[in-house]
Structures are given as C-alpha cells and as structure tokens.
Design a protein around this ligand. Structure first.
Ligand SMILES: [Zn+2]
Length: 305
C-alpha cells in the first residue's frame, strides 16, 4: 500500500469514528444497516456495516473497515466467551475455510497496515452497537482466525469492573469478556428504558449506566431483564446498598441514610425516592426486570442495612 493509499484508509476511518462519536454524544447506542449507509466521510460516500457477511470492505478501500457479530438469543447470550484466549485477545473466525478468500485478504491488509476497524456487536432486540477502534494483531492461519485487540483505546462509557478481578490470574481474559458484553448490553438496556434513569428519569446519556441486577461477578447474564438504566448517582447508590429496589419495583433507602442531614442532593436526589415506584420501566413487559433477580439483590440490600 502506498503512503497516499494508507492516508486515505486512515482518513475514512477517522471520519467514521468521529461520526460514531457524535452519534454516541447525541445518545444513540444502537445502529441499523440503514443508519450507516450513504454517509459522506472524508469525501467518500460510504457504508459502515456489512450487508450479508461478517466482514466489510467498502469498494473504495483496500482493507476491511468493519467486522460484525450477530446477537444470539436463548442460552447463547455470551457468544464472546469461548473465543477469548487466556491472553485476553478475541479470536475472530475467517470467512469460510480459504484464508485467501478476498474478505480474509481484506482483513489481512488491515492487520499488516495496522489500520483500525469497527466491530459491530449485535444488540438484544435488534440493531448493532459499535466497538472502535479495534485492531487485528496477528492471525492463526491453521485455525482460520485473526487475533483481535479491543484494548488500545479505553471506552469511557463502558463500566469498569470492580477491583476483585485484579486478583484473578486470567484478569485480562475476564476483562475482555466483560467489555465485549458490556457494549451491546448497554445499548439494549438504554433503549428499553428510553435513555432514562429508572429511579429518577434523568435523561442525559453521558451520565447513564446500564447496571446489572445480578452482578456480573455473581454470574449475572448480560440481558435486558437483568439490567436497569440508572444515572451515575443512583447506580453508585444501588451498588453500595444505599438504595434498594424491591421485586415490586419500589425504591427503598437505607435507614441510616434516611436520617442523615445534608444538602439538597441527599434530600432530593436520594431520600425523597424512598417508597416511590420506579419512574421508568420498559414498555414491553418481557423487557422488565426479572422479579426473582430483584428479590435476590434486594436481600443483599436488606442484609447491609
Ligand atoms: Zn437517577
């Protein structure tokens, strides 16, 4: 690849990432095929997502621009787990069984030229979330797979796991799995709650998290019924057992905290929600929090009181 060609590859990619950043800043987490078609990026009319296969190389480019993994419901909602090695890198399968298929060659070009790609991760309920930039760092040709690094740039809106993980010898592997699940989980949960905190209905997406009801460290699944959209304040309060949610969708505040005297944040932001029903729930009943998971989590709140 000539320096000019490489420059064009990078210009398109950086324009694509800037476009995705602006979408995310506007609160969009989930994308359809249509959303990512006919974009004008760095002077090119371009599509960002493959239509059929998992690998996407636009006609104007020499290297692959994106890969895609579809969402698989029912018991296989952790599709990334098997493919993360103990080294913490994900293995992406080549197309078919010919390493020289043009799509596999397009991936190889991206690897050799160290070009960043977008990874479209299927979201429960439809659409895709974008993880970017990712890099292909090597290939294992006999196993027909590429080795993917998702760690080069921190993803600010993905929740970092608790420090307990650092004691685990396969820390990197765990972290990669969590981060791969977290991106589409966040997209699905924020969509179900119409980008609003379940407790207070706050709507600024930068300050919203997709919280697990059964925590990931306890085997919680990355599905909407195990999720709640919570603002940063209420997420932290939920995790610290200052705030509890009953199986009938009511908020409880820790008795000691209810008696504290402080400023308006404590009074209006925490204490006044005691006894109130959740302000926001998913429209679809099948997306609402699993009552048995809420019950289990609520017990840990009561035990901490
Ligand atoms: Zn809130």
């Amino acid at each position: 690849m000539s320096p000019d060609e490489r420059l064009r590859e990078l210009a398109v990619r950086h324009a694509a990432f800037a476009w995705l950043d602006s979408q995310r800043a506007a609160g969009r987490e989930t994308f359809s095929q249509k959303d990512t078609t006919n974009l004008t990026l760095a002077g090119e009319s371009i599509r960002l997502m493959p239509t059929q296969q998992g690998i996407w190389k636009p006609g104007q480019l020499a290297a692959a621009l994106a890969i895609r993994t579809v969402y698989r419901p029912d018991g296989s909602d952790r599709p990334y787990d098997d493919a993360v090695g103990t080294d913490g890198f994900y293995r992406y399968k080549m197309r078919g069984d010919d390493p020289h298929h043009f799509q596999n060659r397009a991936l190889r070009t991206a690897m050799h030229e160290r070009l960043p790609l977008i990874w479209w991760l299927g979201v429960q309920g439809g659409g895709y979330s974008a993880l970017y930039p990712i890099y292909l760092v090597s290939e294992e040709r006999t196993q027909l797979q590429f080795v993917v690094d998702i760690d080069t740039v921190p993803q600010p809106d993905i929740i970092w796991p608790s420090t307990e993980l650092e004691l685990d010898p396969s820390y990197r592997q765990q972290l990669t799995k969590l981060r791969l699940h977290q991106r589409p989980f966040r997209a699905a949960v924020l969509r179900a709650y119409r980008t609003s905190c379940a407790v207070c209905s706050f709507r600024h997406s930068d300050l919203l998290d997709a919280a697990h009801i059964q925590e990931d460290s306890s085997g919680g699944r990355p599905v909407v019924t195990n999720g709640l959209t919570l603002c940063k304040m209420h997420h932290a309060a939920y995790d610290r057992r200052i705030l509890g949610i009953t199986p009938t969708y009511e908020v409880r505040i820790n008795a000691k905290v209810l008696e504290e005297v402080d400023g308006p944040m404590l009074r209006h932001g925490i204490q006044e929600f005691h006894g109130k029903r959740l302000m926001v729930l998913p429209d679809r009943r099948t997306d609402r929090p699993d009552r048995s998971l809420l019950e289990e989590r609520f017990q840990t709140f009561l035990n901490a009181s």
